[in-house]
Design a protein around this ligand. Structure first.
Ligand code: CTP
Length: 487
């Protein structure tokens, strides 16, 4: 049996690991059993990237959320009825904490009665076997895999399997979900699930999907890596109209979706991981007029703040582009600082759709030249230390000045940089000691080479051999040595 804890820990980002440990600690302190569930376990098992951390607790998650907030986490949404908290953990990683529950249906298709339950009951009430697997985070069983419906074997067979014959009747939105998971993972529907799916469509159950459920699906769709594949599958099955008639009529803007997906891939290569839910929603609804977008989102139960974020995104991003291409950003260092703070989803949106060529070319320079140059800042610090500059605010300011110069194409070679560093710090090169003729040892290196090797971290330069800081040419002659003697 694979070691799931090892698998998990090796795949988590440092901030995700910290969040996991904190939730584990808090649950233990409150006496709650806690499990990783749903999407997190599915992504872990299938080797997909772990987008978020979904926890299920046998207890009330709001107590955990309150403690997490004290440590810098942000609660994005809290549903008290379902005891479900969507959260941005400290370190900017997304996730959720939900209470284990059972949905009890008196008759298939009726409104379920909610019952707080154990993890096993919670897993069995879920939609598909691949979503019904949990990993224990409890001290006595940490890493234990709970798979009461044999989801692992369905994952191996690359099949989405519904857990009961009533799965679609109980929650018709699962008709959209089953296709979303199949398209996302490249899985097919398990044979009986396919039969149940066809039967549900024959009975027209898709038209009973509530607006709120359809909205939740659209919300999840915008967070998908390949929404175009899912939308095509929904369209093929005439299910898009169940999300919204106008979207079905005008069709999703596939061109915009694909452009944004391509930009995401390029940004990954540059080390940025944008969350594209907002611009992707705009791309999906790209053929609708502004007022139509607003009314679709409201109708589908999006919260007012979400609607505002989505509908104002274009204006906000266009304003950012204007600022970026304006006179105040003429110096690359100013544009660099501006872009460092600009949210990555706005960067992605501008790259995909902006006609502001000035702003786009600065973003390209930022990604392809300036950000890689930033990796060289530690080397500049080493070089500055090697010529004898003591640490302190002036030291840091010089490093930043040299970095700013590098953005304009200066200081590319170590020699060029040494000249700049000496000029900015006022530290002159030590005159080379005159060696008596013929006494120079074979293989001994000139001082400058030693300094540059030290800067490159190849040799350790003893403190004594570092040239003391000397003031700039224009400064008055130094008095410091005399003071030192007095001490
Ligand atoms: N679920 C369900 N029926 C639904 C919606 C959700 O059974 N109509 C269950 C699923 O088992 C799912 C869990 O609730 O794993 C959490 O739902 P959600 O957050 O929507 O999905 P995730 O599985 O986390 O998938 P995603 O990657 O899309 O977030």
């Amino acid at each position: 049996m694979p070691d799931y804890m090892f698998l998990l820990e090796s795949r988590l980002l440092p901030e995700q690991r910290a969040a996991l440990l904190r939730v584990q600690e808090l649950s233990a302190a409150l006496g709650y059993n806690v499990y990783l569930t749903g999407g997190t376990v599915r992504d872990l098992i299938t080797g997909a990237s772990l987008r978020d951390l979904d926890f299920t607790v046998e207890g009330n998650p709001s107590k955990i959320a309150r403690e997490l907030e004290k440590g810098g986490a942000k609660v994005l949404h809290e549903d008290e009825k379902f005891r479900h908290v969507e959260i941005l953990f400290a370190g900017d990683c997304e996730g959720s904490i939900a209470a284990a529950r059972d949905d009890h249906y008196i008759r298939p298709g009726t409104k379920p009665e909610l019952r707080w339950s154990t993890i096993m009951e919670d897993l069995r009430r879920r939609d598909f076997s691949l979503n019904a697997i949990a990993i224990s985070l409890n001290p006595a069983s940490r890493g234990l895999l709970l798979d009461p419906t044999n989801g692992l074997s369905d994952v191996e067979r690359a099949e989405v399997r519904a857990l009961t014959i009533h799965s679609f009747t109980n929650q018709p939105v699962r008709l959209l979900r089953v296709l979303r998971f199949a398209a996302r993972m490249g899985f097919k529907l398990e044979q009986r699930t396919q039969e149940w799916f066809d039967l549900a469509i024959e009975r027209d159950l898709q038209h009973t999907i509530t607006e709120e459920d359809a909205g939740a699906e659209l919300h999840s769709l915008a967070r998908e890596e390949n929404p175009a594949a899912i939308l095509k599958l929904w369209e093929e099955h005439d299910l898009l109209e169940t999300v919204h008639a106008l979207l079905a009529k005008k069709h999703p803007d596939y061109d915009a979706i694909n452009r944004l997906s391509k930009v995401r891939d390029d940004l990954f290569m540059s080390g940025l991981r944008p969350r594209l839910a907002t611009p992707m929603m705009l791309a999906i609804l790209g053929r609708l007029k502004d007022n139509e977008v607003k009314s679709v989102l409201h109708k589908l139960g999006f919260r007012a703040a979400e609607v505002e974020t989505i509908t104002e995104f274009d204006e906000e991003t266009t304003a950012a582009a204007k600022e970026l291409s304006g006179k105040k950003m003429a110096a690359p260092i100013d544009a660099y600082r501006f872009l460092e703070k600009l949210p990555a989803d706005q960067i992605a949106y501008l790259l995909a759709f902006s006609s502001n060529s000035g702003a786009v070319s600065k973003i390209r320079a930022y990604l392809n030249k300036w950000r890689p140059l930033r990796q060289g800042i530690p080397a500049i610090s080493n070089e500055l230390a090697a010529i004898g500059m003591p640490a302190g605010p002036k030291f840091d300011a010089i490093v930043q000045q040299v970095f700013a110069m590098q953005l304009t194409g200066r200081g590319k070679t170590p020699e060029e940089r040494e000249k700049i560093l000496r000029k900015l710090s006022g530290i002159k090169e030590q005159p080379k000691p005159k060696e008596p003729k013929g006494k120079e040892k074979k293989g001994s290196k000139p001082a400058a080479t030693k300094a540059s090797l030290a800067a490159a971290g190849k040799v350790a330069l003893p403190a004594k051999s570092v040239a003391p800081a000397k003031p700039h040419k224009k400064a008055p002659p130094p008095k410091a040595p005399a003071k030192k003697k007095k001490k």
